[in-house]
Write a protein that binds this ligand. Structure first.
Ligand code: SF4
Ligand code: SF4
Length: 372
């Protein structure tokens, strides 16, 4: 999430979740006015963010550079010493983060699971309330494992659908909960017309369970995929490539075609080096150049089978030339950056770049691509 640090000596008493606006209107209580020119009539706002020096108790003074990072309708959480962006209206990758809790413990999990914090439920409802009705982009529901919350997850999906009947909804999941037919039937009844993106680690059940850090997770995920398919739900499979599974990529492609030819999309993804991926660095680390041929074979197979496949989170210069067209700019804006070598690259505008969240970045062979 994008975060702006504010001077903790700032005397403002403003705290909480607000939507941001530059437009003066009568509806002010839940809004932060963004202005470089505070007027006498600017009263009743939840707060004011400004570059001006001011004695107003509800105003926060920030630098011009920080001021320019705000957009109309953004939703922010104002804390002591920082402003956290919870929803960036112009971004394509906004998420509802439902829980830290998860039923797996993946070796490469960038966000190690923690106990569920009930306050997140209130926070998400507040964000949903503040997103304007005219929001048209897709909406992601993530965790942890969001479906672990069962009733809350279902009710929240229902609430999103009521407010946004036409937006594309994506739930990121390890797929295990969809093995439960009671839950599955309730989910199907929502008719949410959404997509469930499921982590798929290997075509070998024991290897999948080892990577996901949970016994029986393969079989539960496998049943979950079929249950979702029978209910007519859209499914995406997400394969994060590590040293543990890269050799299986071509056979994973065959397995998916033979067993799940109905999936909507398959994403093959590079590692994000944070969380458990750092703890297990020696075990899982691999440079995409090392699996370039296995990846190419898997992509060719899936494409030939008529399946819709993409590559996420791998810089274009680390992919074989023939499969670069499958790569997307998949890294969220708030956590993507480019190396100094990228300044000389002709395809930077098409490349996902690298994760700023990666604490240990192993890619020493970033090399500019020249288009001739
Ligand atoms: S499924 Fe794995 S990667 Fe996803 S939150 Fe759970 S432990 Fe982390
Ligand atoms: S040099 Fe940088 S911008 Fe170009 S392909 Fe590599 S990572 Fe992407």
């Amino acid at each position: 999430m994008k975060i702006i640090n504010i001077d903790s000596s700032n005397s403002s008493k403003v705290r909480g979740i607000f939507s941001v606006t530059k437009k003066r209107s009568l509806n002010r209580k839940n809004k932060i006015l963004l202005t470089q020119n505070i007027k006498y009539s600017d009263i009743g706002w939840g707060g004011i963010i400004t570059t001006q020096k001011t004695q107003r108790e509800n105003a926060i003074t920030i630098s011009q550079e920080s001021f320019e990072k705000f957009g109309e309708y953004d939703i922010v959480d104002i804390l002591c010493g920082e402003i956290v962006f919870l929803w960036e209206y112009e971004n394509d990758d906004n998420c509802f983060f439902l829980t830290d809790s998860c039923s797996c413990k993946c070796v490469m999990c960038p966000q190690p699971p923690k106990a569920h914090n009930k306050e997140l439920e209130i926070k998400n409802l507040k964000i949903l309330e503040l997103i304007p009705n005219h929001y048209k982009k897709s909406i992601c529901i993530t965790g942890g494992e969001p479906t672990l919350l069962q009733e809350y997850y279902l009710q929240f999906m229902q609430k999103i659908r009521e407010k946004f009947p036409h937006n594309f909804l994506i739930t990121l999941s390890n797929g295990r909960t969809f093995n439960n037919l009671v839950f599955l039937n309730k989910f199907a009844k929502l008719k949410s017309n959404s997509l469930v993106a499921i982590s798929f680690a290997s075509d070998i059940d024991t290897l999948h369970d080892e990577i996901m850090g949970a016994k029986n997770s393969f079989h539960q995920m496998h049943n979950g995929i079929y249950n979702l398919a029978k209910a007519g739900e859209k499914i995406e499979l997400r394969i994060v490539v590590s040293r543990l599974n890269f050799k299986r990529l071509p056979t994973i492609a065959d397995f998916i075609y033979r067993n799940y030819p109905f999936v909507f999309h398959i994403a093959i993804m590079g590692l994000e080096y944070t969380g458990y991926a750092i703890d297990n660095y020696e075990k899982i680390n691999i440079n995409p150049k090392e699996y370039a041929n296995e990846l190419q074979e898997a992509i060719y197979k899936l494409n030939r089978y008529g399946l819709n496949v993409s590559i996420y989170n791998i810089p274009l210069c680390l992919l074989n030339k023939n499969i670069r067209r499958f790569a997307t700019k998949s890294i969220s804006k708030w956590k993507n950056d480019y190396a100094k070598e990228c300044l000389k690259c002709d395809v930077k505008d098409k490349c996902c770049g690298i994760f700023t969240t990666s604490n240990k970045y192993p890619y020493t062979n970033i090399a500019p691509i020249k288009v001739v």
